[in-house]
Design a binder for this molecule. Sequence first.
Ligand code: GRF
Length: 212
Amino acid sequence: MSEQGLSIGVMASGVGSNLQAIIDACAEGRVRGQVVLVISDKPQSGALDRARRHGIPTVHLDPKAFDSRESFDTECASQLSKYKVDLVVLAGYMRIVTTALIHPFEHRIINVHPSLLPAFPGMNAARQALQAGAKVAGCTVHFVDETLDQGPIIAQAAVSVSEDETETSLGDKIHSEEHRILPEAIRLFGLGRLQVDGRRVRILKEPQGIPR
Ligand code: GRF
């Protein structure tokens, strides 16, 4: 980690409100660090616009230009390494990542998912929660491993499902909790307070250093 704190690389496909929450947390000093690179697989991603507005370097990579998921991820890993990223954050990144990205960043890559994992992994998590009749929904920040949305859990927040809840209203509630717990997870990572112990992540009182 440099003198300026954590160098964060963000990968995003969508509107980028979680990216914005990270940028704001860095600007306000809640996270000691900065977003040094934003990668998107979507040229029109709002995340790329937000990054440009904040003077953050951006890279758009077109998956169709690569012959496999692995070669695409190898290029992502190489871009992230070029910018000396300490932590990779998948913030609304809609592609499944492979070992080509996971291995170089083991225990240094996290994802935010709009459900209380291990319930409702995969797409349309808010819809899944509603269809299942859940009374409580929420979001999870977890380390990324080779499983889909099942890596060690760092932080979660719950929201209650009201009687007249719609997929949109539930999605909005979950989104605002994501904006709170994702920067908090990054803050704890930056302080070296996350220790991965099998499937559990222990939040230490004292720093133990950042995984390398
Ligand atoms: C978030 O709900 C995230 O959990 C999911 O995609 C959404 C991205 O939102 N994976 P945004 O682009 O950060 O606004």
